[in-house]
Design a protein around this ligand. Structure first.
Ligand SMILES: [Mg+2]
Length: 415
């Protein structure tokens, strides 16, 4: 076997439409995701695939700037790559964790393709063939072109949940929240719970509540079939206070996203379930390492979604296949997308789960036509500010927030 060497790194920003704009506590995804697709080419003729959230010229330039660091690098040398580009003290000056994640995905893809084995076999082997997912429900603005897809009322949210359950087989439902006043969302969430019967639930207001509001809301849903209460408030100390006063496990993807914070949470517990994100943690391998720590200390884990196309989704599937202690279903924004950039189009849910790709490496290939189409679409539409709401010009939230959206406001989006 000839050991590969990196000869090129390319980054392409794409934008893929969503069914409708997705609202959250900080603003919205404005009807599309922007992602950067990374390709690492080797002297053995292989191309490894990576993906990162966000994009544009700055992301493309950031990957280009790392080329001199990695030209000639052997993709099997993953630990060396970690220190080449994310040495912890050098990172005080240049945080490259998310860039590293995309490069790690691509290198693992190359290693798997070189050896002819899927990524899960490189990292411990799989203990399951498919990864179960929760439905990820959002309050949504109507699609600007069709006027369809608005989710604002309890009836609209229930319709969204039942439609997704019907089409994809979900039996767990997560509501991204923190958009409308807490009392309104409490009524809506309880109506949702009633409508989905014995299915389990997750409520995630992106840390928008004060500790007291989080306690009040948490006590208002304690009797429901909750998996956990996700990031009700900000910070380890705030979460610790909420945990002391609510009988629901707390989960986070905001205050435990690295090993220092994981250690702090073990020494002084604030959160019960850690949502592992292959990008936030810097790759698939750090997530496996963190899951091992959680296994030792009997903390729960789940898989976080920061918005994904098929390459990123594949990293979540390989991770999910490997982790023995994954008792909670994974999250994905994926079913809100209208298309993907991988060959074969969007991966499909069956009975609420997606099969883990079994081809060499990550097991997904780029559809070059789609890549071109969505790179062109990005050039036409550009980026969007994740932390602004297209229907609320001039608005920005406080933390804890008090500037909720008006649930009776059906004004058209002005963008
Ligand atoms: Mg979350």
């Amino acid at each position: 076997m000839q050991r590969p060497k990196i000869i090129d790194i390319r980054a392409t920003t794409v934008t893929v439409p969503l069914e409708a704009p997705l609202r959250h506590a900080n603003g919205a995804h404005w009807g599309r995701f922007v992602r950067t697709i990374v390709e690492i080419e080797t002297d053995t003729g292989l191309v490894g695939l990576g993906e990162m959230g966000g994009g544009g010229e700055s992301a493309e330039a950031a990957f280009k700037a790392l080329k001199p660091y990695l030209l000639g690098h052997d993709p099997f040398q993953l630990e060396a790559m970690r220190f080449k580009i994310t040495n912890p003290t050098a990172s005080l000056y240049n945080n490259r964790t998310q860039l590293h994640a995309a490069l790690e995905f691509a290198c693992l893809d190359i290693v798997g393709k070189t050896l002819g084995v899927p990524v899960y076999d490189l990292l411990g082997g799989k203990v399951r063939d498919e990864v179960p997912f929760a439905s990820y429900l959002f309050f949504r603005h109507a699609n600007q072109d069709t006027g369809e897809g608005e989710v604002r009322t309890a009836d609209q949210l229930i319709a969204q949940a039942l439609d997704l359950k019907n089409r994809h087989g979900f039996t767990t439902h997560k509501l991204k929240s923190g958009v409308f006043p807490p009392d309104y969302e409490l009524d809506v969430f309880r109506a949702l719970a009633k409508a989905v019967g014995t299915d389990s639930l997750r409520y995630d207001p992106n840390a928008a509540f004060s500790v007291e509001e989080a306690l009040r809301f948490g006590r208002g849903i304690e009797d429901l079939n909750n998996d956990y209460f996700e990031d009700p408030t900000w910070g380890l100390n705030g979460m610790r206070r909420v945990r002391d006063g609510v009988r629901i496990p707390l989960a986070t993807n905001t205050v435990v996203i690295n090993f220092e914070q994981l250690a702090a949470n073990i020494l002084q517990p604030a959160v019960d379930v850690i949502l592992l994100d292959t990008t936030f943690w810097g790759g698939i391998r750090p997530c496996i390492k963190a899951a091992g720590v959680c296994e030792t200390f009997q903390l729960g884990i789940a898989i976080h979604s920061s918005g994904e196309l098929g390459i990123q989704l594949s990293t979540m599937l390989h991770l999910g296949a490997i982790l023995p202690n994954l008792v909670f279903k994974a999250d994905a924004h994926y079913h809100h997308l209208t298309d993907d950039v991988i060959v074969g189009g969007k991966m499909r849910y069956e009975a609420g789960a997606i099969r883990v790709p079994s081809g060499p490496g990550l097991g997904v290939e780029l559809d070059r036509d789609k890549l071109g189409t969505y790179a062109d679409l990005y050039k036409r539409l550009g980026g969007y500010p994740y932390d602004r709401d297209p229907a609320r010009p001039g608005w920005f939230p406080l933390l804890p927030n008090t500037r909720w959206a008006d649930p009776s406001d059906t004004l058209p989006i002005r963008f």
